[in-house]
Ligand binder design. Sequence first.
Ligand code: MG
Length: 178
Amino acid sequence: MSLVGIGYDCHRLAAGRRLVIGGVEIPSDVGLVGHSDADVLAHAVTDALLGAAGLGDIGEHFPDTDERWRDADSIALLSQVVELLDARSLRPLNIDCTVIAEAPRLAPYRGAIRARLAQAVGLAPARVSVKATTAEGMGFIGRGEGVGALAVASVEEISRLSGDGSRLPGDGPRGGDG
Ligand code: MG
C-alpha cells in the first residue's frame, strides 16, 4: 500500500541571509529568512512526508519557538522525519517538487539539489524529481520578495515479516512515542 502527502512552504527573501534550497547553498545577494536555515524546499518535502504518514506538520515537530531549531540544518530535520516514518514501518517511495523563484535561476543547481534530497530521504536520485519555475513577475514571488516550494511525496509500508511470518523486532504495534 502506498500513501501520498503534499507540502507547501514559502519564505521571505532578505539581504544578509544564506540562500539554501534543497540543502544546496546557492550564491545570491539575498537569502531566505526563517528561524532555521529557511530551506523552503526541504520544508515542503518534510511536510509532504509527514502528510503522507498522517503525522502532522513540520511546525508541530520542530516549532520555531524552540531554540533547538534556530539556524537548524533543514536537511537534518528532513532525515529525522524519515526516521520517524521508519519507526512506523513507512519509507519514502518517491518525491516530486517544484520551487517557484524569480531569481536566481535554479536550473544549474537542480542536479545537486536532487542528489542532496535523495541522500537525505534514502532514495535513488531517480525517485526524486526537482523542478523550478518562476512566477512570471507576478505577486510576492514575482517581485522577488520570497520563494515558494511545493512537494508531493509517496510512502509505502515496510514489510518486516520474517520468513516464517512472525514479526521481527522493531515491528510492534504502533504507538509509544506518539
Ligand atoms: Mg518553512
